[in-house]
Design a protein around this ligand. Structure first.
Ligand SMILES: [Zn+2]
Length: 175
């Protein structure tokens, strides 16, 4: 069932989902349609949508992972960011060094218009599109995700990073 022109309920794993989840998935498809257009209409391949039981935003149908065939995830973010209102989404997380996917969530959590880059397993740093992304394994810019729901990786590690604050770098180096 099409939710928007290019996105279906099925590819977001919403068939049979609770009504509240389906409502979120409708909003999510609308958001995906928006960024698809901002990226020049290139196809987006959804690799993960609703994940029942996920304590993070995927668990409420509020986030999707996607790939842009033939396009680097950073290039994708750089292209859409200038025209994407910070109020239109929660978090956009790019994974340039591992899975090369982009995670995008609805602005229905604490985070608004937040860009992040995965720089280690369960490690995310704030990033401004249009600037160089920190390399994998470099924690110099490590910042805790204290103000929004993290969506991938080890939640416990993120919690530790938040609590440790300035010690996050040391923690990362030692792990
Ligand atoms: Zn995700």
């Amino acid at each position: 069932m099409n939710l928007t022109t290019h996105f279906t309920l099925e590819e977001l794993n919403g068939a049979g989902a609770p009504a509240a989840v389906r409502t979120n998935l409708q909003s999510l498809a609308t958001l995906l349609e928006l960024v698809r257009g901002l990226n020049g209409g290139q196809p987006l391949v959804v690799t993960s949508g609703y994940r029942p039981g996920d304590p993070r935003q995927h668990g409420s149908g509020s986030a999707a992972d996607m790939r842009v065939p033939g396009r680097d995830p950073v290039a994708f973010a750089n292209r859409v960011a200038p025209s994407l209102s910070p109020n239109a989404f929660g978090q956009m997380i790019v994974y340039p060094w591992t899975t090369r996917h982009v995670h995008l969530s609805l602005p229905n959590g604490a985070a608004r218009g937040q860009y992040l880059v995965e720089t280690g397993k369960g490690v995310y740093v704030r990033w401004t599109p249009g600037t160089p992304v920190p390399r994998y394994g470099t924690a110099a810019n490590a910042a805790p995700l204290g103000d929004g729901p993290a969506n991938e990786g080890a939640a416990s590690l993120e919690g530790l990073l938040y609590l440790l604050g300035g010690a996050a770098l040391l923690f990362y180096v030692l792990r």
